[in-house]
Design a protein around this ligand. Sequence first.
Ligand SMILES: NC(=O)c1ccc[n+]([C@@H]2O[C@H](COP(=O)([O-])OP(=O)(O)OC[C@H]3O[C@@H](n4cnc5c(N)ncnc54)[C@H](O)[C@@H]3O)[C@@H](O)[C@H]2O)c1
Length: 334
Amino acid sequence: MRNSVQGGETAVTGETTREPDLFASAIRFRSRAERALIEALPSRYAIDDQRPRNNAFAEVERSRRKVATLATANPSKREAHRMDRMRDKVVVVTGAAHGIGAAIARRFADEGAALALLDLDATRLAQTADQLPGSPLLTLVSDVTEEAAVDDAFVQIVAAHKRIDVLVNNVGGSRNQKLWEMTADAWDFTIRLNLRSAFLCTRAAARLMMHRGSGAIVCMSSGAREGTPWTAHHAGGAAYSAAKAGIHGFICDAAIELAEHGIRINAVAPGPIETERTAKMFEELCETSDYSPHRLVPMRRIGQPREIADAVLYLASQEASYITGTTLSIAGAR
Ligand SMILES: NC(=O)c1ccc[n+]([C@@H]2O[C@H](COP(=O)([O-])OP(=O)(O)OC[C@H]3O[C@@H](n4cnc5c(N)ncnc54)[C@H](O)[C@@H]3O)[C@@H](O)[C@H]2O)c1
């Protein structure tokens, strides 16, 4: 199978069947007329729950990659939507060297932001920074779970950029273990990495934003805040789920505290997202397990970092000026 882009339209050539094409179209098309057309299709074009599960899932899996491509590709079309929404804004992104954080940094850079990017991984941070368009950029190698390191980083950011308009608390992760085998160290590591980092950076940013009476903060929760079947089944994810549920509680209270200071704080809760770290794992799960995102996510595909970056940009922008204390799920209806 081969995908090609012709005159702004995505064409699929080669070894394809009609059914995946229509499935892809259902995701891609948006107008009322097109939706009506899709709804009117014979039921054989839909995913039929009466079929043996494995056949239906195999069919979905064949179309999965193409659907993901159609939903997120075509950068030339996406570039047309660029609106310089972050021109003259100073945006701090933590964990910007890899994965979703790198995509967020790129998205804000594309919108004209001046950036301060924090990460532990100096080499990859420099590589990510090198690939960004030419907006003012500060990179800081910093452990955002350490109080002194965070406070020092924010002093350096203000020295370089004079102020902070947006903070994206992206750093997070986990050491997964089954609950009955989990060490207290693994629990503490996960809570610290996700929650302490968000608290320390939010506190530092809020102190600065309060002086100006404005600012927007976006934190990274996860679909795991309500438990993730594949993680729970294969690895154990109680600490991570607790931490990501904690992010939701954190932004709910912080939004009330910060509202009178003109600062909004929200979270996004991604479902499974394809990054360097996760791609192989999701691929293996898909091939070997009934507890895989491809089977359990109603949209039948893994999300792309760019899709999270778009939502973060929205919550940080003026378009979300009356939204605070909200966790936005970006998880393909899971
Ligand atoms: N990828 C997914 O499927 C997924 C799903 C839901 C939520 N999330 C959340 O999204 C965020 C980003 O996820 P990702 O998959 O891109 O992660 P990732 O592991 O690919 O990237 C995390 C980045 O944070 C950096 N980092 C780690 N510890 C740090 C520390 N103490 N100080 C500074 N930097 C540090 C790493 O070097 C890395 O660049 C996380 O909060 C994660 O929990 C991810």
